[in-house]
Ligand binder design. Sequence first.
Ligand code: ADP
Ligand code: ADP
Length: 220
Amino acid sequence: MITLNNIEKVYQTSTIETLALNNINIDIKKGEFVSIMGPSGCGKSTLLNIMGLLDEPTKGEILIDQKHVEQYTDKALALLRNQKIGFIFQSFHLINDLSVLDNVEIPLLYRNSSAQSRRDAAREALEKVGLSNRMKHFPNQLSGGQKQRVAIARAIVGKPDIILADEPTGNLDSAMGNEILNILLQLNAEGCTIVMVTHDESMAKKTHRLIRLFDGTQVY
Ligand code: ADP
Ligand code: ADP
């Protein structure tokens, strides 16, 4: 589904050069649930951003469904990002002055769907994460675990093939964190491919495969 070949990422500022990723080779297959672990600063977020086409590598090639990213037009890539990939972040990234329902609809605003079908899809996504009773609330009226469930609903509302989750339980206590992991496991059981950055070994153990990074390099 997503293949990274010999990926290198260098961050260049006027004074420092940081080798954030060094010769990374990863093949994420359809239906997999893959964890990424490693110490702070080892390149996990950079790797996820590159997989999600939010950032470009300095070297190496990316294939989506066996097709080189360079072969897609800009328009096709924008569509891929919007329709194929769902993102979840540690700090939720919800918009505080929009209701829960409006937050979940955001990814659909870029599509030609009607207001009614957007609303229906958002309701369905919120049902899936058990938040039907919070649709009219605003993010600051929710607990951390609830906010993350809204973020998951937003990630799945467009029915993506793959979810990229950057420490989705990092700001949550262990009970709420486990709730979030269980939702992700359920989505994976329903066919969604998931790549998750985590600091929690016990969570990583519940996924199919673990990739460890150290200082920008894959370790086995
Ligand atoms: P992790 O997610 O594992 O904590 P990151 O991918 O955020 O690691 O960062 C990897 C390395 O790249 C770190 O050394 C970090 O300081 C550096 N880095 C990340 N983003 C930037 C940036 N925008 N500019 C310069 N250096 C960066
Ligand atoms: P964390 O990285 O701890 O999971 P968040 O996901 O809440 O924290 O968001 C902040 C981080 O996300 C920043 O450190 C930034 O490097 C990274 N980030 C988010 N979007 C982008 C982007 N488009 N390009 C580069 N970095 C990004």
